[in-house]
Design a protein around this ligand. Structure first.
Ligand code: SAM
Length: 246
């Protein structure tokens, strides 16, 4: 029977397509692409000529059974998103789930993803980390996530659109300690690749003054606060106080 290949594509630099990805895209019976126009340009540039089927978050529910049928009839389908890894803050999850249900092999290819690329250059410990993808848009709904990041003893990572970044960082700075370290990784693998590193308050102030442009990954350093340890003397004093209070 057929197969589903999950194929990562570049997040900026076209040379990041792998030899294997190109081979799989060339040999597949169909390429299921999130945006056939965007992917058409990419495939043209990397020299892949193949049939495309549109598969995005608005048609994935109806399209998934059709793709499953094709694979049951023996077709191999290579799934790609606009950039980076399919399924990572992109469509694909439903199709993978359906393949598993229908005993169709799922073959993932390794390759670029913005969050992992940003993480390895952040300078923060990569174990453990939490990846949130895009947060909700409303400040009130973002705050519980920022509280989690504030407490988390690992690195927190999320994506944000440039036009929302300044406001989101302002909300972030209202929840996290001002001296917590963070990184804004911008335009990874592209000409204007940049890392804005500093405390939560410094980076938030920076983007309040310099309008964010391009694509961003935001990383928050682990919480390294020592759990408060009382000395024996302090502990005995505390117990005595409590006893005095009855
Ligand atoms: N599937 C992609 C991946 O594997 O990273 C993510 C797709 S998501 C719809 C797009 C978001 O990823 C952007 O808004 C940005 O936050 C992040 N992103 C993608 N490419 C990037 C790049 N070159 N530099 C920084 N962030 C990037």
């Amino acid at each position: 029977s057929g197969k589903l290949y999950l194929v990562p594509t570049p997040i900026g630099n076209l040379e990041d397509i792998t030899i294997r990805a190109k081979k799989v895209l060339t040999n597949a019976d169909y390429i299921a692409a999130e945006d056939t126009r965007t992917s058409g340009i990419l495939l043209e540039k990397i020299g892949v000529h193949n049939r495309m089927i549109s598969f995005h978050k608005y048609n994935s529910k109806e399209r998934a059974p059709e793709l499953i049928k094709l694979m049951q009839d023996g077709a191999t389908i290579a799934e790609i998103s606009d950039a980076g890894m399919p399924v990572i803050s992109d469509p694909g999850y439903i199709l993978v789930q359906e393949c598993i249900k229908n005993n169709i092999p799922v073959v993932p290819l390794p390759g670029p993803s913005a969050f992992a690329t940003a993480l390895i250059a952040s300078g923060f410990d990569a174990q453990p980390f939490t990846y949130y993808g895009f947060l909700p848009r409303k400040s009130s709904e973002q705050k519980p996530y920022f509280k989690q990041m504030s407490d988390f003893r690992g690195t927190s990572i999320f994506y944000e659109a440039p036009h929302r970044l300044a406001k989101t960082l302002k909300t972030l700075a209202s929840v996290l300690p001002a001296d917590r370290q963070m990184v804004a990784a911008r335009e990874l693998t592209k000409i204007h690749e940049e890392f804005v590193r500093g405390t939560v308050s410094e980076v938030s102030d920076y983007f309040a003054e310099n309008a964010p442009r391009g694509e961003f990954v935001i990383l928050i350093s682990p919480n390294t606060e020592e759990a408060k340890q009382l000395s024996w003397k302090e502990l005995i004093a505390l117990v005595n106080d409590l006893v005095d209070q009855g």
